[in-house]
Design a binder for this molecule. Structure first.
Ligand code: SAM
Length: 214
């Protein structure tokens, strides 16, 4: 597939706004925030757990998780610093930032080792939808090494029944599509056991998978 845009992410965030850039325009901002929050609560997330929000963006769900978890237990990682700045300044607020002490790392190659503690839970909402298979593998492999031994990692994806020809390079706006088998293979070689959860109520029909260390 041919890429549709050549602008930097920083330029695109300025033009589109930090919510629209992550696909959070209109009702999708609060709706997909609550969806993620309620989903992880239903999977057993408690205030004393540590959570990594992989590709936290502008803290759409992050602001709910930061305020719910004990201070210092939220870890957000994203490749785009401008999104985190907007997220803290305009979505979370400085008083919650000071009180709840969230941890942030800016990294485009999934350098989880910059965090000081291992997460019990992880979520990547609409990250795999913007990554090549090589970058998904890097994410899976790096988080597998870092997550707690009984950790759980949830990720969403656009599902196709058979593999298609995706873009050659990852992109924060262009969409990527994978089959269940493709993700299962990537998870398996990266050291995870994958469970297909499927529909979890996402308004754009992204499906959910759950990964646990093998
Ligand atoms: C569709 S947004 C979703 C953001 C957030 N999870 C949410 O629910 O609002 C995709 C995010 O992935 C981030 N991203 C893309 N590639 C990344 C990479 N290699 N490492 C870290 N973040 C990445 C983008 O900067 C963007 O914030």
């Amino acid at each position: 597939m041919i890429k549709t845009t050549y602008k930097s992410d920083a330029e695109r965030i300025r033009e589109m706004g930090h919510r629209a850039f992550v696909g959070g325009d209109g009702i999708h901002w609060d709706e997909i925030a609550k969806l993620q929050f309620n989903f992880l609560i239903s999977e057993g997330l408690q205030i004393n757990h540590t959570l990594i929000d992989v590709a936290c963006g502008s803290l759409r769900a992050g602001r709910l998780f930061v305020n719910y978890l004990n201070a210092g237990n939220y870890f957000g990682i994203d490749k785009e610093i401008n999104l985190i700045i907007h997220g803290v300044a305009e979505e979370l607020g400085i008083s919650s930032f000071i009180e709840k002490k969230p941890n942030f790392v800016v990294s485009g190659d999934f350098d989880f080792t910059k965090f000081s503690r291992r997460p019990d839970f992880g979520i990547a909402q609409s990250l795999l939808t913007h990554l090549t298979a090589e970058d998904i593998y890097l994410c899976f492999k790096s988080l597998r090494k870092f997550i707690a031994e009984d950790g759980k990692f949830y990720a969403t994806f656009f599902e196709v029944q058979a593999p298609i020809n995706n873009y050659a390079t990852s992109d924060a706006i262009d969409c990527f599509f994978y089959s269940r088998d493709q993700l299962n293979s990537l998870a398996d070689v990266a050291g995870w056991r994958m469970q297909y959860i499927g529909d979890w109520g996402h308004p754009r029909d992204q499906k959910m998978i759950k990964l646990e260390p093998k």
